[in-house]
Design a protein around this ligand. Structure first.
Ligand code: PRP
Length: 209
């Protein structure tokens, strides 16, 4: 049985559609209930819904053989997994944003509010910029408005959240999209099944660009 961790929510549903089209269907997953685990013994596949930011943990620790996680999570937590495929879904970018009137003063330590402390740390370290990280868990856009931070490092998809909070992108750090990841030892023992899935899904995703 191949264990597959799917990110709960809209992205996860698109991801399941891909698996289904690739020939790894599990019809019970479409039933509207609160179950979290579904399996199709004929296809030797078991799916489970987990919080998107937890997929990499399940895969790294081998509770799932493969899963789908955003590149943001992979860059932030650096799990020890194989990244097999860019699914070209959930496309957005990690960016620095600030109020339109913000001017950086390099003599001052820059206050950065973010959920992605590791990404922000690495980005500013590579530029030799001294920063003070303010780690928040959500609604990051409020921080510069209330003077808690100078800038934010966050995900920008449509840009609506920034716009509605009078913030602007200062710089893009990295483009983000959903990635198919695999547990390292699972990849050795179930390599043939995983490679079959990767091949079929790759054929499906070519049109997603
Ligand atoms: C994410 C991100 C931004 C928003 C960007 O938040 O943190 O707030 O989406 O999308 P947009 O550019 O299309 O407006 P999410 O909804 O994940 O909630 P959060 O506040 O918990 O981060």
């Amino acid at each position: 049985m191949l264990n597959v961790a799917l990110p709960k929510g809209r992205l996860g549903e698109k991801v399941y559609d891909l698996f289904e089209k690739a020939g790894f269907e599990c019809p019970s997953i479409r039933e509207n209930n609160r179950k979290l685990i579904f399996e199709n013994p004929e296809k030797a596949v078991r799916y489970f819904w987990v919080k998107p930011s937890d997929v990499a943990i399940y895969v790294e620790r081998g509770a799932a053989d493969i899963g789908v996680a955003g590149k943001d999570i992979l860059l932030e937590y650096e799990p020890d997994v194989y990244e097999l495929l860019d699914l070209n879904l959930g496309r957005c970018r990690m960016a620095v944003a600030a109020r339109a009137d913000f001017r950086d003063d390099p003599r001052r330590t820059l206050k950065v509010a973010t959920k992605f402390s590791n990404i922000a740390q690495q980005y500013y370290a590579s530029r030799g910029r001294d920063i003070d990280i303010i780690h928040l868990n959500g609604s990051i856009e409020i921080a510069p408005i209330l003077g808690l931070s100078d800038v934010i490092v966050d995900i920008v998809e449509t840009g609506t959240t920034l716009k509605e909070n009078d913030l602007e992108v200062v710089e893009t750090i990295v483009p983000i999209s959903a990635r198919l990841i695999a547990n390292k030892s699972g990849f050795k023992f179930k390599g043939a099944a995983i490679e079959e899935i990767v091949r079929s899904i790759a054929a499906q995703t070519e049109g997603n660009v």
